[in-house]
Design a protein around this ligand. Structure first.
Ligand SMILES: *[C@@H]1O[C@H](CO)[C@@H](O)[C@H](O)[C@H]1NC(C)=O
Ligand SMILES: *[C@@H]1O[C@H](CO)[C@@H](O)[C@H](O)[C@H]1NC(C)=O
Ligand SMILES: *[C@@H]1O[C@H](CO)[C@@H](O)[C@H](O)[C@H]1NC(C)=O
Ligand SMILES: [Zn+2]
Length: 258
């Protein structure tokens, strides 16, 4: 049967089905290629001040007596170094440790809130609740058990320590979430984790670390120094793979958007 012969009344439902199908695919369409949201570990990796910087110690590189190629290293690092996860226990004495985070909170979905155009170079920027409400107005419901990633646009400075962290360890300068925004995230009860493209869930200067206390204290994990420099859509699938440190307060993590 050729197309012209189909009466218009029978075509309408077919068209409607096609439109519906493409709309539902679009909502959580996978990325064409997986995107790595981690920075690599090397001598320039930025560590949270006070922690042990990443270091590799060559134990053997060369040929054994038998002529076989053989290479092995040791490495040392703070748990809170480079692209890493903060376990709830980091700021909640009854919270989960790294190894205790359930896998269904690590194999999940992410929403991306991009405020880089508002931040520009403003290291005093505090994410207002308004920007979170705008995301839901534009993109719809937040899926259960997802991770919220906030792009301040700070990643282009990594790993230049002065540009990324600030003039010194005691004079840190980078944007972050307002306390109200952290509270909004907690109150939605939609999220299992919160990630930022800066050094910390908290803005510098407040030793009480209110955002860490709120977020980790609500059984969510943190992701810090997330590489959000790629062009990412507002929502995608996410794989969060922290090193399985028994009792870890945090640790290095691979994060893949896909
Ligand atoms: C950030 O991620 C992008 C995409 O994977 C990569 O091209 C870039 O080199 C990464 N940046 C750093 C500093 O590793
Ligand atoms: C930087 O952000 C803060 C807090 O969001 C705001 O009060 C201030 O006016 C901003 N500064 C500039 C230069 O935009
Ligand atoms: C983890 O913590 C538990 C409870 O405090 C303790 O019994 C266990 O030895 C610890 N294990 C490691 C590897 O730190
Ligand atoms: Zn941390």
């Amino acid at each position: 049967m050729i197309l012209q012969e189909i009466p218009i009344q029978t075509m309408r439902p077919v068209l409607a089905i096609l439109v519906l199908a493409s709309a539902s695919c679009g909502t959580w369409g996978r990325l064409p290629n997986p995107i790595d949201l981690g920075y690599g570990y090397d001598k320039d990796t930025i560590v949270f001040p006070g922690g042990t910087p990443y270091k590799v110690i060559d134990q053997f590189t060369g040929e054994t007596n038998g002529g076989t190629w053989y290479a092995k290293n040791d490495f040392e690092t703070a748990e809170h170094c480079g692209t890493h996860l903060d376990a709830p226990y980091h700021f909640d004495k009854n919270g989960r440790k790294v190894n205790e985070i359930p896998l269904d909170r690590l194999i999940t979905k992410a929403i991306l809130v991009d405020v880089s155009a508002d931040v520009k170079d403003n290291s005093s920027y505090a994410l207002p609740v308004k920007k979170l409400e705008e995301w839901t107005k534009t993109n719809g419901d937040i899926p259960d058990k997802s991770v919220i990633l906030i792009k301040f646009g700070w990643g282009s400075r990594y790993p230049n320590k002065e540009q990324y962290l600030g003039p010194s360890d005691t004079d840190q300068r980078y944007p972050g979430l307002s306390e109200e925004a952290a509270q909004w995230i907690v109150d939605t009860k939609k999220f299992v984790g919160v990630g930022v493209d800066t050094l910390s869930l908290d803005r510098p200067g407040n030793p009480k670390k209110p955002n860490h206390v709120k977020i980790l204290g609500s059984d969510m994990y943190g992701l810090e120094n997330v590489n959000l420099t790629s062009d990412l859509p507002p929502q995608f699938d996410l794989l969060v793979m922290p090193i399985k440190l028994i009792n870890g307060t945090g640790g290095p993590v691979r994060i893949i958007a896909h």
